[in-house]
Design a protein around this ligand. Structure first.
Ligand SMILES: NC(=O)c1ccc[n+]([C@@H]2O[C@H](COP(=O)([O-])OP(=O)(O)OC[C@H]3O[C@@H](n4cnc5c(N)ncnc54)[C@H](OP(=O)(O)O)[C@@H]3O)[C@@H](O)[C@H]2O)c1
Length: 299
């Protein structure tokens, strides 16, 4: 099958379009014929090389996928050939990625797509929305909490903002000035273009998706600081213990997310789609920064 692979870690042009072996489909697996994969920051870090993560080369990158079931393992009853599905495969531990014509993985990592949910949105959403859902379930917010989201217009930030507002919280964001109108339209109360403008000790919680550890100073005494980035964590202070959250595979949670995407409760915009054969260009564009919306790779 065709896949976008790296032969070693390095810059975007290490990504090439090559023939690799079709993955085996075990008794509890499904094999998905990929329609779209998404580009996520973790794919960029993995391509560049993450200390402690050993890849087997050539390595297929990618965590997010949407497509059509092409084969089912002998023990799988949840899916049939032809079903449309979305999934998140933790590439760095499974040593199998989604930038490929076919993806085989345990059926528990996938969710069926409701009618009305496009394969594009289904591919754009899994890692981003699972991250957001899981980090929020790790917070203990009071009713109508005041929450600051850094990187509020980014992929995870924007979904997190939507969920918090729907839950009745008062949300502010650290984001570029150009993101003000989009975030205001989602119901974000105040958009701060600079950390210096944010009132100190004013929030019950800060959710840091942009890697701005100094925003711990914006948390009230005893509040929460939760980061998802690999930037350095702030030191504990004023009864605030900084924590990190890492996304986990979860097909059942994805099924609930698929319903929210289908009924419009959550939106995950797509900004550009590249052919899988041009994954190197997609990575280069991602690294230039400033994109709003997910980048997809199409087969
Ligand atoms: N722990 C986990 O399981 C997990 C899961 C998903 C993502 N992550 C990590 O979380 C981070 C966010 O992921 P993502 O997919 O949401 O990335 P993203 O779409 O690139 O979003 C990051 C956002 O933060 C903004 N930003 C960065 N620095 C800023 C600053 N100083 N002030 C205002 N805005 C700033 C960026 O704006 P510009 O584009 O203008 O710079 C962008 O809008 C990444 O580091 C990613 O690796 C971790």
């Amino acid at each position: 099958m065709k896949a976008a692979v790296i032969g070693r870690t390095g810059p975007a042009d290490e990504l090439t379009y090559a023939d690799v072996e079709l993955p085996q489909t075990g008794p509890h697996d499904i094999r998905v014929k990929t329609a779209f994969a998404a580009v996520n920051p973790v794919d960029i870090w993995t391509r560049r090389g993450i200390p402690g993560v050993d890849l087997t080369f050539p390595a297929v990158l990618g965590w997010d996928v949407a497509g059509t079931v092409d084969a089912v393992g002998s023990e799988v009853t949840r899916f049939r050939v032809g079903d449309r599905v979305m999934g998140m495969v933790k590439q760095m531990t499974r040593l199998q990625g989604t930038y490929a014509e076919f993806v085989s993985a345990p059926h528990q990592l996938f969710a069926p797509l409701p009618a009305g949910l496009s394969l594009e949105t289904a591919a754009a959403a899994p890692l981003t929305v699972l991250t957001s859902a899981q980090l929020l379930s790790n917070l203990h917010l009071p009713d109508r909490a005041k929450v600051l989201v850094t990187g509020a217009a980014g992929a995870v930030g924007r979904v997190t903002v939507q969920r918090l507002i729907q839950a009745g919280h008062e949300v502010s964001g650290l984001a570029r000035a150009t993101d003000h109108d989009d975030l205001a339209s989602l119901g974000v109360r105040t958009v701060y273009p600079s950390g210096a403008d944010i009132p100190s000790q004013a929030f019950d919680a800060v959710i840091d998706t942009a890697g701005v550890p100094q925003t711990i100073s914006n948390v009230r005494d005893g509040g929460e600081f939760l980061s998802i980035t690999d930037n350095e964590q702030p030191e504990p202070e004023r009864a605030i213990t900084p924590r990190k959250n890492y996304v986990e595979e979860d097909g059942p949670q994805l099924a609930a997310i698929a319903e929210q995407l289908a009924d419009g409760t959550l939106t995950v915009p797509v900004c550009r789609t590249y052919p899988l054969s041009d994954a190197a260009a997609a990575h280069a564009a991602f690294e230039q920064g400033g994109l709003r919306g997910k980048l997809l790779l199409a087969l």
